[in-house]
Design a protein around this ligand. Structure first.
Ligand SMILES: [Zn+2]
Length: 390
């Protein structure tokens, strides 16, 4: 099987670290709002990857996180303050809403689904390692990773320093923080201050009370479940910089094991009305709204009719077409099941080589759907994550 690796920018033969066991970490949501189509595209793309690898006989262990706490004041903390509710209640509410939407889409639940706020000891251990290796420094209860010590910083994003500064600024990273030696230094631990507002939580640590940085969370949670290296790390392409670049820097600096991740996979972005779907552009299309009008299979068909690496634009007419296409496949499968021996289950169906060849080529779901439309089969329908029962 070939997979496109964003670290090398090449289509590569997929060779897992261990022959039959694959470790996958996918960056999860920051739970403060509803699941939109961009989220669904990322998580359903990886859902199909996991289903397909399992179909191929691999044991796949899948970890995903929930960023319910991080070093930023905005998002969850700001919204919780506006709504006058505790931050963790807001985070739990939106996590449950996300899971509801994803369950409706027949999403594969991770083997480890980790809340950042419950994994703080592993983050502290990793930060202590970085301090011990003289790669991180402490100032007034905060800890930062010294980027000048990371010689290959930028190897994932391939950005110049000026480009990094620009992207980091758009991401509202704390570039102007006077405690940092270099504006791009990564906040590993944000120390609490005496004047800190009461709605902002504090956790105990050897560095003083505070909270972990967003980027260290995923390094720590990946290592606590899988060890120092993993096969696949995925997420939306907007996470390449700074989030995943920071994860590589922190993880490799702490362990000395290179690479931290063998294959980096980044999904494309979804636009609507000419702009990338985002809260600030007010052009979000919510999964829960679409599911009021269309079936989960139709929505999955639409998502998979776009290759996981491509950027695409949502148009309702495409979802209408997807609904028609998927209903046609469903009706053919239902008719052939009614005809055939009732003891015959989809698991016993042979899968055409043409289908696996398509999927082996960088998980080409748009072509796989074309094939499925020509030759409807319950087993292929199932491998692509569609629900069979009506
Ligand atoms: Zn992450």
């Amino acid at each position: 099987m070939k997979i496109y690796n964003s670290l090398t920018n090449k289509l590569e033969e997929f060779k897992p670290l261990k022959p039959d066991k694959i470790t996958i970490y996918i960056c999860g949501i920051t739970p403060y709002d509803t699941t939109h189509l961009g989220h669904a595209f990322t998580y359903i793309s990886f859902d199909v990857l996991i289903r397909y690898l399992r179909f191929k006989g691999y044991q796949v262990i899948y970890t995903q996180n929930v960023t319910d706490i991080n070093d930023r004041d905005k998002d969850i903390l700001e919204k919780a303050k506006q709504q006058k509710i505790p931050w963790n209640r807001l985070a739990d509410y939106w996590t449950e809403k996300f899971l509801e939407d994803m369950r409706a889409l027949n999403w594969t639940f991770p083997d480890h689904y980790l809340k950042a706020s419950e994994q703080i000891p592993s983050m502290i251990r990793l930060i202590r390692k970085l301090i011990k290796n003289s790669l991180a420094y402490q100032i007034k209860g905060s800890v930062y990773l010294d980027i000048s010590e990371i010689k290959d910083f930028g190897k994932l994003s391939k950005l110049t320093k000026d480009q990094m500064l620009k992207v980091a600024k758009d991401f509202e990273e704390d570039l102007d923080n006077p405690e940092k030696k270099n504006p791009l230094d990564i906040t590993l631990w944000r120390g609490s201050t005496p004047s800190q507002a009461s709605h902002i939580p504090s956790f105990n640590s050897p560095f003083g009370k505070g909270r972990p940085g967003w980027h260290i969370e995923c390094s720590a949670m990946s290592m606590s479940t899988f060890g120092e290296t993993i096969d696949i790390h995925g997420g939306g392409s907007d996470l390449i910089f700074p989030h995943h670049e920071a994860e590589i820097a922190q993880s490799e600096a702490a362990t000395g094991k290179i690479p931290f991740v063998k294959y980096w996979m980044h999904t494309g972005t979804v636009s609507y009305k000419g702009a990338k779907m985002s809260k600030s552009k007010e052009n979000l299309v919510m999964v829960s709204d679409l599911l009021k009008k269309y079936s989960a299979n139709a929505l999955r068909f639409l998502l998979l009719s776009n290759h996981w690496r491509n950027n695409w634009e949502y148009k309702e007419e495409d979802l209408q077409k997807a609904q028609k296409n998927v209903e046609l496949i469903e009706s053919v499968i239902a008719a052939s099941e009614a005809e055939s021996d009732s003891a015959k289950r989809p698991e016993s169906e042979d899968i055409p080589k043409a289908f696996t060849e398509i999927m082996d080529q960088d998980l080409d779901t748009p072509k796989a759907l074309e094939f499925l439309s020509k030759f409807p089969s319950a087993r292929m329908f199932d491998i692509l994550g569609f629900r069979l029962e009506k």
